[in-house]
Design a protein around this ligand. Structure first.
Ligand code: NAD
Length: 257
């Protein structure tokens, strides 16, 4: 039976993806801070190492799917933690489980990025140099440029870097027969969004911004896209970022794609 690892499986998009995959008859190993098959804190090196080891032990070294959802929103006060989970936690799982995916059946991975990944360019991303060199200690100083909006820089910067990291891996992963893509959701009805809407710095802007399809996505809608990307039906989709945002990106950047 097909086996997929889902991080952030206890809530929101991760929980909806876990449920969708189980509904399809697949096996799922969930990873989260609590309420999952494997409990791990992906903000720390030890937590990431422990998570990779625990997954490899549980799956016997072979995996068919990987979905990396675990993440923190821009409202979180500890901006370095946002980068630690969103970027370093995700990359550690991605690279740590690549050898297991290589042995899988029609293997594929999906990284949950964000439309925020396009709110900053790689050339303007204050995190670009530190994340690519793996310099976690350099994240704090690099975020100083954000002032009181450090959280937004940490969020958009880490999501931009994640999408770049996926695109940088297409040759190696393609040659290994493992497909790798990102999804870039706009606003999705999850606890992360509710917390952002309640935040005094970001709440009003989130509430004021209405997508051309004037509602927020349901986590299940994002899960359906992820499930498609994992399936052999998406066999030639590799290195892509699939936007699911009710038209926001096209509205804001009609000439840039
Ligand atoms: P959520 O808060 O419902 O779920 C996030 C999950 O990540 C939680 O279960 C949480 O416990 C887990 N997590 C957080 N820190 C962790 C850590 N240190 N170690 C392990 N697990 C940890 O949020 P969500 O909206 O479902 O977010 C899922 C992903 O989708 C995130 O990467 C987020 O950035 C992205 N996203 C969300 C939206 C949105 O509007 N909700 C939009 C774009 C992208």
């Amino acid at each position: 039976m097909s086996l997929t690892v889902v991080t952030g499986s206890a809530s929101g998009i991760g929980a909806a993806t876990r449920a969708a995959l189980l509904e399809e008859g697949k096996d799922v190993i969930g990873v989260d801070l609590a309420g999952a098959d494997i409990t791990a804190d992906l903000s720390t090196r030890e937590g990431r190492r422990g998570a990779v080891e625990a997954v490899l032990q549980r799956c016997g070294g072979t995996l068919d799917g990987l979905v990396l959802c675990a993440g923190l929103g821009p409202h979180v006060d500890d901006a370095e933690r946002i980068v630690a989970v969103n970027y370093f936690g995700t990359i550690a799982m991605l690279d740590g489980l690549f050898p297991a995916l290589r042995k899988g059946d029609h293997p594929a991975a999906v990284v949950v990025s964000s439309v925020s990944s396009t709110h900053i360019t790689w050339d303007d991303n204050p995190l670009a140099a530190v994340v690519e060199s793996g310099d976690e200690a350099g994240v704090g100083p690099a975020l100083e440029v954000g002032g009181e909006y450090k959280g937004q820089f940490a969020y958009a910067g880490s999501k931009n870097a994640l999408t770049v990291a996926v695109r940088r891996r297409v040759a190696e992963w393609g040659a290994a027969g493992v497909r790798l893509n990102t999804v870039a959701p706009g606003s999705v009805e999850t606890p992360l969004l509710s917390q952002g809407m309640a935040d005094p710095r970001y709440g009003q802007a989130i509430r004021d911004f209405v997508a051309p399809i004037p509602r927020h996505a349901k986590p299940e809608e994002v899960a359906t896209l992820i499930s498609y990307l994992l399936s052999p039906k998406a066999g030639f989709v590799h290195g892509s970022q699939l936007v699911i945002d009710g038209g926001v990106d096209a509205l804001l950047r009609p000439t840039r794609f």
